[in-house]
Design a protein around this ligand. Sequence first.
Ligand code: IMP
Ligand code: MG
Length: 178
Amino acid sequence: MENDIKKVLVSNEEINDICKKLGKQISKDYEGKDLVIVGLLKGCLPFMSDLFKEVTIYAKIDYMRVSSYAGKESTGKIKILNDISFGVTDKDVLIVDDIIDTGLTLEKIKNLFLARKAKSVKTCVLLDKPEGRTTSINADYVGTTVPKEFVVGYGLDYNDYYRNLSYIGVLKEEVYQK
Ligand code: IMP
Ligand code: MG
């Protein structure tokens, strides 16, 4: 699997530092609030796990499974495959995802929680790909920015593989020709 990687964009050490920094900030900002962290599966998994351990205040966790990608392309249609199990009325919701690209996913899920009368809805992503944006949404907490390239690893997949890499990387061109 590692042989398919052309270059590493964000190392595991850098990711650990990002999780510590974001966890500290979130703990400070949400102190005394009714925080529910909602991860978007499957891409959020490693990030959520590492980030959550850096949150030092009372916080609940839940997951929602959404899908929009087929191979390297966003289909533009966000489907909710599994919903969360909590009600979010009057809760301070923080949505966690691996990456914000077009922004369609976070925009749709944010609006959904607002419609469900959450007290506040913010978003947190490990990666921001600003050049991919087709919506006006920006994430409230961003780990780091990446160029407009397809990236894999640490939750991010190509055809559901490479999620288990411990870092963020770019695939060799020949992998797409297989
Ligand atoms: P958006 O709705 O276009 O902002 O994209 C959000 C979702 O698209 C993320 O949750 C990822 O699953 C997926 N995605 C966007 N860019 C990439 C990428 O470079 N590699 C893998 N998945 C990506
Ligand atoms: Mg995803």
